[in-house]
Design a protein. Structure first.
Ligand code: THU
Length: 154
């Protein structure tokens, strides 16, 4: 028996975003300034919106021992969970700069970050809306579960 997985997502312009989404996009763009990425020169910022209306930001942190570095999404999500363990993350925005310029295409979270993000959806029972910023388009995804089908469970 064949089974399929598909999901609908939106490709938007800035003018189509609501105030909360704009605030989150601005927060992740500003968060890029906290990036430490001397090895890749790829600077990423992330902003997590909590259900208490607080926004927690993060940026990628690289290390000379490459695997010791951390993506912006996990820096932001772990900081949000550590600082506000009783508040559910309800949205996440990501932006990236290459050579000081925001990317045209949106950057999508890596597999390890998707795993961390889906843990939050399961832990709090709340889906996380994902906003991916690019200068050409903004992608809006309703839930991290869409980005990680058949995710690991035991
Ligand atoms: N990176 C992120 O911070 N988030 C992503 O979604 C993709 C990759 C970082 C890791 C590394 O510091 C640099 O971007 C290049 O891979």
């Amino acid at each position: 028996m064949d089974k399929t997985f598909s999901f609908i997502y939106k490709s938007l312009r800035l003018s189509e975003l609501n105030d909360v989404q704009l605030r989150l996009i601005n927060a992740c763009k500003n968060a890029v300034s906290g990036s430490y990425a001397p090895y890749s020169n790829f600077n990423v910022g992330a902003a997590v919106l909590l259900d208490n209306d607080i926004i927690v930001t993060g940026a990628n942190q690289e290390n000379v021992a490459y695997p010791s570095g951390m993506c912006a999404e996990r820096v932001a999500m772990f900081a949000a969970n550590a600082g506000y363990p009783n508040s559910a993350p309800i949205a996440l925005a990501i932006a990236a700069c290459q050579n000081g310029v925001f990317t045209e295409k949106p950057v999508t979270p890596c597999g390890a970050c998707r795993q961390v993000l889906i843990e939050s959806e399961k832990r709090f029972g709340r889906s996380i809306q994902v906003l991916l910023y690019g200068t050409d388009e903004i992608i809006l995804i309703d839930s991290v579960a869409d980005l990680l089908p058949l995710s690991f469970e035991f």
